[in-house]
Design a protein around this ligand. Structure first.
Ligand code: ADP
Ligand code: NI
Length: 200
């Protein structure tokens, strides 16, 4: 992941790892599982493997097994990785263990606020997406298949996912951090809109 240009580089993993530790400090969780899941959560991501969501958990399983990690821990970490990802605004999320909830919160915190704004445009550019089209409406995806196939603009991605995240945090620590990052994102969208509509 080193040097990756769509916001899924090593530093994204590093931040999710650090934020996971920050949240885990305030919860009763197995810190080893949290850290392994955080460090491996984007390995073989479907977004970069033709939509195939089985690649990540498989790569993580093979690697952890090659190191002789205990079966129970391998299974737990791989289940978290398989169920962590956002699957569409109106798609029911998979249940996660508390360890999984911590990593999901950390991953989602990295998708909002100043860093989240930066990552969204990096991703859009890397995937050849248009930044904004005032005629394109956001789509609230009702299936994961629909969400995966979407080719929408980056600004619409804010409405289809990023502004929804603050109300979907699992832990109170993440909810508090999300609030401020969310407000900053709304301010950004307002300013973007104001600049776009210079004549009102
Ligand atoms: P998840 O597993 O929930 O998708 P990731 O850590 O893999 O989370 O990264 C998701 C990030 O990728 C988003 O927060 C956003 O910054 C970027 N991203 C994903 N899809 C889009 C999109 N259609 N337009 C712009 N950015 C996107
Ligand atoms: Ni991630």
């Amino acid at each position: 992941m080193q040097g990756e240009s769509s916001g899924h580089d090593w530093w994204h993993i590093y931040r999710v790892w650090q934020t996971s530790l920050h949240i885990a400090d305030r919860e009763k969780v197995d810190s080893d599982v949290v850290q392994l899941a955080a460090l491996l959560h984007d390995i073989g991501d479907w977004k970069f493997h033709a939509g195939d969501e089985s690649v990540g958990p498989r790569l993580a399983r093979e690697w952890l097994q090659s190191l002789g990690v205990e079966d129970m821990i391998v299974a737990h970490v791989c289940t978290i990785i398989a169920n962590l990802s956002f699957k569409g605004a109106d798609v029911k999320a998979a249940p996660l263990s508390l360890e999984g909830q911590v990593v999901q919160d950390a991953d989602r915190l990295d998708a909002i606020g100043a860093i989240g704004i930066g990552r969204a445009f990096a991703y859009g550019g890397a995937k050849g997406r248009e930044m904004h089209d005032p005629n394109a409406q956001p789509v609230m995806h009702t299936t994961f298949e629909q969400y995966k196939a979407a080719r929408g603009t980056t600004i619409n991605h804010f409405h289809e996912k990023l502004v929804l995240l603050k109300d979907r945090m699992n832990t109170s620590t993440a909810r508090a951090l999300a609030e401020q990052r969310h407000q900053f994102m709304l301010e950004f969208l307002e300013q973007f809109n104001a600049e776009w509509n210079i004549n009102g």
